[in-house]
Design a binder for this molecule. Structure first.
Ligand code: SF4
Length: 263
């Protein structure tokens, strides 16, 4: 899995292994190891190599939600340990939401499932799905356009589409009028890892990737990312997208099968 969905200046920083960093990494590893073992056991009992399927997702849902919450909390602890190592204080604050105009990618399947299980309780579910549909259509159109215009193999069509999507300024369906996030406790790691050392007014398309804007992503250590990838493999039978909006739409399409047992 890669998290590089956002077009940041993307300063890749190696963190000094302080006690708090090591503790945070160990906690993340322990949570992921435990979940991997749990899913491996389910797969073994099912006599397959994928633990989660449409038939058992509802039964597994509380465990998936619990695991995702623990993973998110452990990631926040990792941030707490890592961010003080940046020499410049981050300028991100409440009521900004500028980075909530990107097209979020690299969402782990268990994050999608947890988030969807939350928003499906909302009266706004239909609106959310419509908004997701619109954004997926826009993004697909951009991908098609750049694929068509591509001049050589070095051009990264997805990156070009991500950039144009951000320029079009489609706010995330979950952003509220005061720029706070409607699903804040359930937002995926992709939404938690992006920071700016410069004022929020520079986190807009005209300043992104210029010297005015210094944004960065807090990446997890490779071993942790690999562990997340391994866990995600247990969800492959669901065929969920790594895109937030597309993945939520897919979950919505499975609604009857999963939540009302139509499989
Ligand atoms: S889910 Fe929340 S934090 Fe993530 S992009 Fe949407 S509004 Fe922003």
């Amino acid at each position: 899995m890669h998290f590089g969905y956002i077009l940041a200046m993307d300063v890749l920083q190696e963190y000094f292994p302080t006690k708090s960093i090591k503790r945070a990494e160990m906690r993340l590893s322990a949570i992921l190891y435990k979940e991997q073992a749990r899913l491996d056991k389910i797969a073994l009992d099912l006599n397959t190599d994928k633990a989660i399927n449409q038939g058992n997702l509802l039964v597994e849902l509380p465990f998936i939600i619990d695991f995702t919450a623990s993973y998110h909390q452990a990631f926040m602890d990792y941030l707490k340990a890592a961010l003080p190592q940046h020499q410049v204080k981050i300028k991100c604050g409440p009521n900004c939401g500028n980075c909530c105009h990107h097209y979020p990618m690299s969402i782990a399947p268990f994050e999608l499932i947890s988030l969807y299980s939350k928003i499906r309780e909302s009266d706004l579910l239909f609106t959310y799905m419509n908004d997701c549909f619109f954004r997926v259509e826009q993004f697909q159109a951009l991908l098609g356009q750049y694929e068509h215009q591509k001049e050589n193999e070095y051009q990264d069509v997805e990156e070009m589409a991500l950039h144009s999507f951000f320029e079009a300024s489609h706010a995330c369906p979950f952003i509220k009028k005061d720029a706070s996030c409607e699903v804040y406790p359930f937002r995926p790691v992709t939404c938690r890892m992006y920071f700016s050392e410069t004022e929020p007014k520079y986190c807009v398309p005209e300043f992104l990737q210029t010297s005015f804007n210094r944004s960065f992503i807090v990446y997890l250590p490779d071993a942790i990312e690999e562990a997340i990838e391994e866990i995600s493999k247990h969800y492959e039978g669901l065929n969920l997208s790594e895109s937030l909006y597309e993945g939520l739409m897919q979950m919505n399409a499975l609604e009857g099968n999963i939540f009302y047992g139509a499989v």
